[in-house]
Design a protein around this ligand. Structure first.
Ligand code: ADP
Ligand code: MG
Ligand code: ZN
Length: 485
C-alpha cells in the first residue's frame, strides 16, 4: 500500500543472511542449529585473550557468489573492522564487520510486481559475524547462548528506493529465491537464518528529499515485513498530518497488536568507534578467482523463468511460483524432461495438486509424489486414457501410497479407463436421450444449457469412465441432428 494521498513512502532494506558453512567465520566451531547452548564455542568466538581469528574461506566463496549473482562490484581488497558495543551476547565486546571497505558495492535485485519489472538497487554487500542469542526467561532472568556467536553472515543493503510494502516484500522474496538457488542461505526467516530490517520514511509527493526514517526490526516472516511497513507508513503519515515530526529511531513490530513501538531513539544510538581489526589482514581476492566464481554460478530463478516462458509457453505467474524455490525448480524440470510436450499442463498440475502436499525444509523440499509420476499422470490425461477428474483421484492414491506404485499400476488396479470409442459412447447417448425426454425437448427449443446436465447423466451411467469431451460432442450431434435444424 502506498502512503495515501499527499505522501509517498520510501523504503530501504537491510538483509542479514547466514551463510551455509559448516563452521564459523573466524574459528572452527560448528554452525549447526539446535545444539545444547554454549557447546559450539572456543577461545576465538568467546573472545578469550590471545585467541586469533582466521578467516573461513568457504564463507568468502559463498559471499562472493551472492555478490556476483546480484551484480555487485566485488572489491579485490576489503577490510574487517571492529564494531564496538557492549551487550551480553557479544563476548568480545565488538563485532567483526566490514565497515568502510565492504566486499561489494552496487548491484541490484530485479523482481516484478504484477508482471511489471522493478529493481531494488543495492548500496553494498558485506561480510560480518553474528552475535550470540539472549534468551529471556519467564521469571525475568536473561540467559545467553553463544553458539551463534561468530556465525558467518552477509548483510545486503538496498538503497532507499522501494515505494511500497508490496515492492519491499517482492524484492525480499526474489532475494530469498536467489540465495536459495545459490545454496548460500537456507531462507528460513522464522528461525532467523534470513533476517530483514526495513527502513521506512514518508515524504510529500513530488519532494526529492528523503523524510526522516525509522528502522523496523523483528520482521521474521514475509507477511510481517509487508504488514509492519504498512502500519509504519500509516503511523508516520498520521504524525505528519497532525503537524508533528517523525523522529529517527529503531522500532519493533509486534505481530500480536499489529503495531510498531519505539526501541531506541537516535540519541541512544551507539558510537561504534570502528577501526580495522589488527589481527586480520585485508581480504584479498584475485580477478581470476572472481572470473571463475562467475563462471560457476548456477542459472538464477529469473533466467529459469524466462526460459520456461520462452521455450515452453508457461505463464508469468506459473513460472514465478515454480521458480520460487530451487527444489521446486528441480521438480518441475525433472517432470518436464519426462514429458516436454505437456509443459503447461504439468505446471498447472504441480501448482494445483502437488504443491499442496509439499513441505519446505530450508534448501530442500519434500514431495509426496515423484516428478516421473506427475509426468505419467499428465500424459495419461493427454492420451485420453483417464479423465482430468480421474487423474486427481489417482494422484490422491499416489500421494497416500507408501509402495511407490506407478501411474499405470494404479490405473490397472482401480480398473480406471476412459471410454472414448464412439460405439460405446453412442449407446450411452441413446440411453440418456431416452431417459430424459423433457431436457431433450428443452434443448431443442433452444435451451442449450441443459447439455451440461445431459453430459453429467451420461458420465453417471458410465461410472465416470466416459471421455467427457467426446461424450459431449456426440450428445450435441445427436440432439441437433434429430431436430433436423
Ligand atoms: P545505518 O542503518 O547503519 O545507519 P544507513 O544510514 O546507510 O545505515 O542506512 C541503512 C538503510 O536505511 C539502507 O537500506 C537505506 O536504504 C535505508 N535508508 C536510509 N535513509 C532512508 C530514508 N530516509 N528512508 C528510508 N530508508 C532509508
Ligand atoms: Mg541500519
Ligand atoms: Zn569458536
Amino acid at each position: 500500500m502506498n502512503a495515501p494521498g499527499e505522501y509517498e513512502a520510501v523504503i530501504g532494506l537491510e538483509v542479514h543472511a547466514q551463510l551455509l558453512t559448516e563452521t564459523k567465520l573466524f574459528c572452527g566451531c560448528a554452525t549447526s542449529f539446535g545444539a545444547e547452548p554454549n557447546t559450539r564455542v572456543c577461545p576465538v568466538c568467546l573472545g578469550l585473550p590471545g585467541a586469533l581469528p582466521a578467516l573461513n574461506q568457504r564463507a568468502v566463496e559463498l559471499a562472493v557468489r551472492a555478490c556476483l549473482a546480484l551484480g555487485g562490484e566485488v572489491q579485490l581488497s576489503s577490510v574487517f573492522a571492529r564494531k564496538q558495543y557492549f551487550y551480553a551476547d557479544l563476548p568480545k565486546g565488538y563485532q567483526l564487520s566490514q565497515h568502510d571497505r565492504p566486499l561489494s558495492l552496487g548491484g541490484g535485485i530485479d523482481f516484478s510486481v504484477d508482471g511489471a519489472p522493478r529493481r531494488a538497487p543495492l548500496t553494498r554487500i558485506h561480510l560480518e559475524e553474528d552475535a550470540g542469542k539472549s534468551v529471556h526467561g519467564a521469571q525475568g532472568q536473561s540467559l545467553v547462548d553463544l553458539n551463534r556467536a561468530g556465525t558467518p553472515l552477509i548483510e545486503i543493503v538496498t538503497e532507499p528506493a522501494l515505494g511500497s510494502s508490496v515492492e519491499a516484500a517482492a524484492a525480499l522474496r526474489e532475494l530469498r529465491s536467489i540465495l536459495l538457488t545459490l545454496e548460500v542461505n537456507d531462507g528460513r526467516m522464522a528461525e532467523g537464518s534470513l533476517r530483514c530490517d526495513a527502513n521506512v520514511s514518508v515524504r510529500p509527493v513530488g519532494s526529492t528529499e528523503l523524510g526522516t526514517r525509522s528502522e523496523l526490526k523483528n520482521l521474521n516472516s514475509m507477511r510481517f515485513v509487508q504488514r509492519a511497513i504498512d502500519v509504519e507508513i500509516a503511523r508516520q503519515v498520521q504524525v505528519l498530518r497532525a503537524g508533528g515530526r517523525v523522529v529517527q529511531e529503531t522500532r519493533a513490530f509486534d505481530p500480536e497488536t499489529g503495531t510498531t513501538r519505539s526501541l531506541r531513539g537516535k540519541e541512544e544510538s551507539h558510537d561504534y568507534r570502528y577501526f580495522a581489526d589488527p589481527d586480520l589482514p585485508p581480504l584479498v581476492l584475485t580477478a581470476a578467482g572472481l572470473a571463475a566464481a562467475r563462471e560457476a554460478l548456477p542459472a538464477l530463478p529469473s533466467e529459469v523463468r524466462a526460459r520456461w516462458q520462452r521455450e515452453h509457453g508457461l505463464s508469468r505467474q506459473a513460472s514465478e511460483t515454480l521458480s520460487a524455490h530451487p527444489a521446486l525448480i528441480g521438480f518441475f524440470e525433472a517432470a518436464l524432461a519426462a514429458a516436454p510436450s505437456v509443459a503447461v499442463k504439468l505446471a498447472n498440475f504441480i501448482l494445483t495438486e502437488v504443491l499442496r502436499g509439499a513441505a519446505e525444509q530450508g534448501l530442500s523440499m519434500s514431495f509426496r509424489v515423484t516428478p516421473a509420476q506427475v509426468a505419467d499422470l499428465v500424459l495419461a490425461v493427454e492420451a485420453r486414457q483417464v479423465s482430468g477428474k480421474q487423474a486427481k483421484e489417482i494422484f490422491q492414491v499416489l500421494e497416500a501410497d507408501e509402495a511407490g506404485q506407478s501411474v499405470a499400476q494404479v490405473i490397472a488396479a482401480r480398473g480406471l479407463r476412459l471410454v472414448a470409442d464412439d460405439g460405446a459412447l453412442s449407446a450411452l447417448v441413446a440411453e440418456v436421450l431416452a431417459a430424459h425426454p423433457s431436457q431433450v425437448a428443452a434443448y431443442r427449443k433452444g435451451n442449450h444449457a441443459v447439455l451440461g446436465y445431459l453430459v453429467g447423466q451420461l458420465m453417471r451411467r458410465s461410472s465416470g469412465q466416459a471421455d467427457p469431451r467426446r461424450a459431449s460432442e456426440l450428445l450435441k450431434a445427436a440432439l441437433e441432428s434429430e431436430t433436423g435444424s
